[in-house]
Design a protein around this ligand. Structure first.
Ligand SMILES: [Fe+2]
Length: 254
């Protein structure tokens, strides 16, 4: 680790969602960057893919990690009240995995960076994006992005949840970064009249590499291609059409 004025590289992962193949690809890519540390913004296991393999990797890595709404949903309700992304994961909730999930804080400060899943006060609110009239997530107005940052300390404000990678400059000059999703490049919430959708348009695994040079932070948003076929097979075995489409195209059916 270097002093405040020295170079520091921090890799940021989020929204792995049980995609161990994407996680392996991102970790291999991070290893080529000389990153000093890696932090994780949550939503680690939920989904129809490889929660057990993902949990094994993450418990072994011990990354600074905040809880996502889908991490919380695995421990704050009985199995019968869990959603379709949590139900496939129930079988991997061994005592060590449960203890790890219970240990995850809602927010963290690491090396002067602020970490949360959604916003500083919510793991379900999107920060940098809003659904447009067609339901697709799009860049939020600047005042809506500025507001949650008021009073929050941190040279860079990190959030996940939407699965859309962005580096946004706040009015006060700070960066707000969403690294995108390691394991789930598109999703649809079909509960409302107009489904809310997020689409990256590519099946690649996303993460961000932050670098502090001379006291200033810059962000690189990276998209890593990987062999998703084992994960696609799991999505198909679970009859999850949105996941199948997301993992092969980065889009979901309208
Ligand atoms: Fe997520």
């Amino acid at each position: 680790m270097t002093g405040p004025g020295g170079t520091l590289r921090v890799a940021v992962v989020a929204d792995i969602h049980g995609n161990s193949a994407a996680l392996d690809a991102v970790l291999a890519d991070i290893a080529t960057t000389g990153a000093d540390l890696t932090v994780n913004l949550g939503d680690c296991l939920s989904g129809p893919l490889d929660a057990t393999g993902t949990a094994e990797r993450l418990l072994g890595l011990g990354l600074p990690t905040v809880a996502g709404n889908h991490d919380r949903a695995l421990i704050d309700r009985p199995p019968e009240a869990m959603g379709s992304w949590e139900r496939p994961v129930i079988g991997c909730l061994t005592p060590p995995v449960l203890a790890w999930l219970h240990s995850l804080p809602a927010t963290l400060a690491v090396e002067g960076l602020f970490l949360c899943h959604g916003t500083p006060v919510s793991d379900t609110e999107p920060w940098l994006d809003r659904p447009g009239p067609d339901g697709l997530l799009a860049l939020a107005p600047l005042d809506a992005i500025d507001a949650p940052a008021a009073g929050v300390a941190g040279a860079v404000l990190l959030s996940g949840h939407t699965h859309i990678a962005r580096a946004v400059r706040l009015s006060d000059g700070r960066l707000a970064v969403n690294p995108g999703s390691v394991g789930c490049p598109a999703w649809a919430d079909r509960r409302g009249r107009v489904p809310v959708r997020a689409e990256t348009g590519a099946p690649d695994a996303r993460y961000a590499l932050l670098e502090r040079r001379g006291g200033r932070w810059q962000a690189a948003l990276r998209a890593v291609p990987y062999d998703a076929r084992p994960m696609v097979a799991l999505a198909r075995a679970a009859a999850e059409a949105d996941w199948d489409s997301a993992l092969t195209t980065g889009r979901v059916p309208a």
